[in-house]
Design a protein around this ligand. Structure first.
Ligand SMILES: [Zn+2]
Length: 374
């Protein structure tokens, strides 16, 4: 049987479900930590598992440049390389090509670009992106698409979306079906309702194992993102998982879950952890803030991670000030654990039919005195 999703319970538009993959089941809504170059930065696979995460994301763009997709295949695939035996989702490379590579040249067939590492020339087409994701052994493969810039006019967004829909059909044709593996289509159309509808119709006609919402969290702001989700999410099939790509802050996740999104990925918890920003039950904590220098208290008294249960705020600040690698490791661990606990709480609240109350309680907690709002 191919990869599929089953719904256990609905509360308003929010859904609690289970994603069934070749490498195990995943409870949704779910947050997937980002393992860009075959590693969730600073974390062993055991540490990632200990946070409660059971699906991670890998990046086609980074892995095709280094060590190369064929080499990952010869090394046994991404699961074996990473010692990660749970499900893996890989992106298609389209977003990173647009944001990281140099001298890109886009045509109807694909995109040619130079590596940001050494200037070496590469070409990505829908067929090659799907082939790479197969070599990586991704449980969930994403269609190759063009990342529409923001802001974009209706005309530019429409043209870009139609190119992505053409590439979605080619991605579907190139995908090799295997039991427990699946291909997700990506809805585009920027913030325009008619384009989102046209995109959803095109994708549904092709048929995918899941549907992603692309082209958001690219600078439009939370209010505009939520406004776009309000009309975009209901356009996607109710029977399939819905994945909001590259989102977001805890507040973004709550708002999107309430609008019917099931899956998320974002570099925010890991990147913030490396720079000394922690997401906690009482808001965002900047570990370098002078007030924490001799604080013997815990980063987050509600959290059960090693940073919070075994160390003081004062010690965590010392690690960052001294440039010790353990500081970023502990804060990354904490942030991923925070995101996992957040999603587990939202899921339980959906099952109990009290998501609105839970969301209000979480948001009230962040308003307690701290340095910056979430
Ligand atoms: Zn913690």
């Amino acid at each position: 049987m191919t990869l599929h999703w089953s719904c256990q319970c609905q509360d308003g538009k929010a859904r609690a479900g289970t994603l069934h993959t070749a490498h195990g089941d995943v409870a949704t809504p779910v947050f997937m930590p980002v393992g860009t170059a075959g590693t969730v930065k600073g974390m062993t696979a055991d540490a990632v598992r200990a946070t409660g995460a059971n699906i991670v994301l890998g990046n086609t763009y980074h892995l095709m440049l280094r060590p190369g997709a064929e080499r990952v295949g010869r090394l046994g695939g991404l699961h074996k390389m990473m010692d990660w035996h749970g499900p893996i989702l890989t992106d298609s490379g389209g977003f990173q090509v647009m944001s990281l590579s140099q001298l890109r040249k886009l045509d109807k067939d694909g995109v040619t670009f130079q590596s940001h590492i050494n200037g070496e020339k590469f070409r990505l087409t829908p067929e090659r992106s799907i082939e790479i994701q197969h070599l990586l052994d991704a449980d969930i493969t994403m269609c190759f698409d063009e990342c529409t810039p923001f802001p974009a006019t209706h005309e530019v967004a429409g043209k870009s979306m139609r190119l992505s829909m053409d590439w979605a059909a080619r991605s579907r044709a190139a995908f090799v079906a295997r039991p427990g593996y699946g291909l997700f289509g990506i809805q585009q159309g920027s913030v325009f309702e008619d384009l989102r509808a046209e995109s959803a119709r095109a994708l549904t006609e092709i048929g995918f194992e899941g549907y992603a919402i692309g082209g958001l969290a690219v600078g439009e702001g939370q209010a505009e993102m939520f406004r776009t989700l309000d009309f975009s999410v209901p356009m996607l099939p109710e029977t399939h998982p819905r994945y909001l790509m590259g989102v977001g802050t805890p507040s973004d996740l709550i708002g999107a879950v309430m609008r019917g999104v099931d899956m998320f990925d974002c570099v925010i918890p890991t990147r913030s952890g490396r720079t000394g920003r922690a997401y906690t039950s009482h808001g965002v904590v900047n570990i370098r803030n002078a007030r924490h220098a001799e604080d013997t208290g815990s980063l987050d008294p509600e959290c059960d991670c090693p940073a919070c249960t075994r160390h003081s705020l004062g010690y965590l600040q010392h690690l960052f000030k001294a440039g010790e690698m353990l500081g970023p490791i502990l804060l990354t661990w904490h942030n991923i654990r925070y995101y996992q606990r957040l999603m587990a709480r939202l899921r339980q609240a959906i099952l109990d039919g009290r998501l609105a109350e839970e969301a209000a309680a979480l948001e009230a907690g962040w308003r307690k005195p701290e340095e910056t709002p979430v």
